[in-house]
Design a protein around this ligand. Structure first.
Ligand SMILES: Cc1cc2nc3c(=O)[nH]c(=O)nc-3n(C[C@H](O)[C@H](O)[C@H](O)COP(=O)(O)OP(=O)(O)OC[C@H]3O[C@@H](n4cnc5c(N)ncnc54)[C@H](O)[C@@H]3O)c2cc1C
Length: 497
């Protein structure tokens, strides 16, 4: 099929009726439903950019067979491939101001990582390595939109999967059949589960305990698989939010859902791993998936942080507080974060590891640092934007009020230092939608948790680090000696080359 545009994505959704539940209703045609129409349109917009005549060369590449494919499916074989991939990811990220975390490029990098790790899947069994390769090509060649769901629902975090009161509180294997695995239970969160074509399920690092083989599994299924149901959180926009009053929430809301598997058959050709606790626990590390996903999430995070910084600048200018030095300091703090993020992305490319297969893996250390710090930078930016906007963020009437008989009052009392009342209200609404509305608060919660538990991410930065070279610094300082004149003896020390 090759790279898709938006219409192709929408017609694909329409030809696969789903089992999606939202505010007490079952939705089959998500593309035609008011709740999902806008998220689907936003995704279609991204696919349209991919086939846009001018952007197409930036968004696509030629695969090993010479066919055109979306650039995020690439297995990078040079530093230039990494830079090209970053550029295409940035186009998609900028199109939504970084507000759609689950744009298709995120999961495409997961598949590329797996396809590049056949030795790992061969340890599960030769056919599983073939399954992964075939599935990667199937998704790439049809340009499918994938999402994933990895996490067990928070029932009792002090207990393991088999210790939960309900044996299938967490997704597990019920039985193996000649056709495949029968699985039962729930996983969260599947952002875009209802609006994606395919769903990946695979284990978080060290999430499966020894003896709990039935919870060790990785597979992919279509989102319309029989027995699969998505239960959505309450939408913020039922499809009727004013685009003027909610400039972001009315356009870029991503549906979040719990995926419930009611004895779903996973055909053997869609199974990538099962029953092996050790492989399940080490899948992330050994397929090097975080190097590629971290590249995408950092690029998207940069776009989002830039947008938040831009909002802070525009807000302060609209009431001319940007001449005060403490406000300048706050804006400078945000702009400084952007430099740090961009620097770490480039560093990950410069320090890319070349594997024995000739793949360029962005260095994990700067990307893990960003996984940990972008949520903190972002949270700080949200806070500073709210502090700069202050009460003005909550003083705003609606477009309907502007257009009513009190419109002249509003035009008189709501103007800003650099713009008229209508423009100032619109800007304030944009800032509040980004930071304070349900949409804005989800954006914050998303950054905190989309990459898993931040406590464990932060701890892993320490446990993965080269502590020996750090400690050598301390030893060297403790061992300093001086000559008779009090000058430090540097003879035995040479700076790192
Ligand atoms: C808006 C949003 C969208 C998301 N979209 C997706 C998606 O599309 N796909 C996907 O797979 N995931 C997604 N996630 C991430 C996922 O759902 C989880 O939120 C994330 O992995 C963190 O897990 P948790 O929420 O269960 O928190 P927990 O892991 O339960 O952690 C909560 C707190 O309890 C502590 N804690 C819990 N267990 C332990 C333990 N054993 N030892 C020590 N401390 C512990 C943690 O330190 C933490 O502070 C999304 C999250 C959000 C918020």
């Amino acid at each position: 099929m090759g790279v898709r545009g938006g219409d192709s994505y929408i017609s694909g959704l329409k030809s696969h009726p789903k089992n999606v539940w939202v505010v007490g209703r079952k939705v089959v045609d998500v593309a035609g439903d008011p709740v999902f129409r806008r998220p689907v349109s936003a995704m279609a917009m991204l696919y349209d950019l991919q086939v846009d005549g001018e952007l197409r060369p930036r968004m696509t590449y030629r695969d090993e067979d010479g066919a055109e494919a979306g650039l995020s499916f690439i297995i990078p074989r040079s530093r230039d491939d990494l830079v090209r991939r970053r550029d295409s990811m940035r186009v998609w990220a900028d199109a939504t101001f970084g507000l759609m975390g689950r744009s298709p490029d995120f999961l495409n990098t997961v598949l590329a990582s797996w396809a590049d790790a056949p030795e790992f899947f061969a340890e599960v069994g030769a056919r599983f390595a073939d399954n992964v390769q075939r599935y990667y090509r199937f998704c790439r060649d049809n340009d499918l939109f994938l999402t994933h769901t990895l996490v067990n629902p928070p029932v009792d975090r002090s207990k393991s999967a088999s210790q939960q009161a309900d044996e299938y509180a967490y997704l597990g294997i019920v039985k193996e059949t000649g056709d495949g695995l029968i699985v039962r239970g729930a996983k969260m969160l599947a952002t875009h589960g209802p609006t994606a074509d395919e769903l990946l399920v695979y284990p978080l690092p060290f999430s499966v305990r020894p003896g709990e083989e039935k919870y060790a599994l990785a597979f992919a299924i279509p989102t319309d698989a029989p027995g699969l149901r998505f239960i959505c959180r309450e939408p913020f926009d039922l499809g009727d939010q004013s685009e003027w009053d909610h400039p972001l929430g009315s356009r870029f809301e991503e549906p979040d859902a719990v995926a419930v598997f009611d004895d779903v058959l996973i055909p053997w050709e869609r199974v990538f791993l099962h029953g092996n606790v050790n492989l399940a626990n080490t899948m992330f590390a050994r397929t090097r998936v975080q190097c590629h996903t971290g590249h995408q999430t950092a690029v998207r995070g940069l776009a989002k942080c830039e947008f938040m910084t831009a909002l802070a600048v525009a807000l302060s200018r609209s009431v001319k507080t940007d001449g005060f030095m403490h406000v300048q300091e706050q804006l400078g703090e945000c702009i400084g974060y952007l430099q740090l993020i961009e620097g770490a992305i480039v560093l990950s490319e410069q320090k890319a590891e070349v594997t024995k297969r000739g793949t360029y893996l962005p260095a994990l250390e700067p990307l893990q640092a960003l996984r940990y710090h972008i949520p903190r930078f972002y949270e700080r930016m949200v806070r500073l934007t709210q502090v700069m906007g202050a009460g003005g963020l909550l003083a705003n009437p609606t477009k309907a009020d502007l257009d009513s008989e009190i419109g002249d009052d509003i035009r008189r009392y709501y103007r800003g230092a650099d713009r008229d009342a209508e423009a100032k209200i619109h800007l304030s609404k944009l800032a509040w939608d980004a930071t304070g509305t349900q949409f804005g608060q989800r954006q914050l919660q998303y950054e905190r948790y989309y990459a898993g538990d931040p406590v464990r991410t932060g701890a892993s930065i320490y446990t993965m680090s080269d502590q020996a070279s750090l400690l050598a610094l301390v030893e060297r300082a403790l061992g300093l000696s001086s000559d008779g004149a009090g000058r430090s003896d540097a003879k035995s020390w040479r700076p790192p080359s």
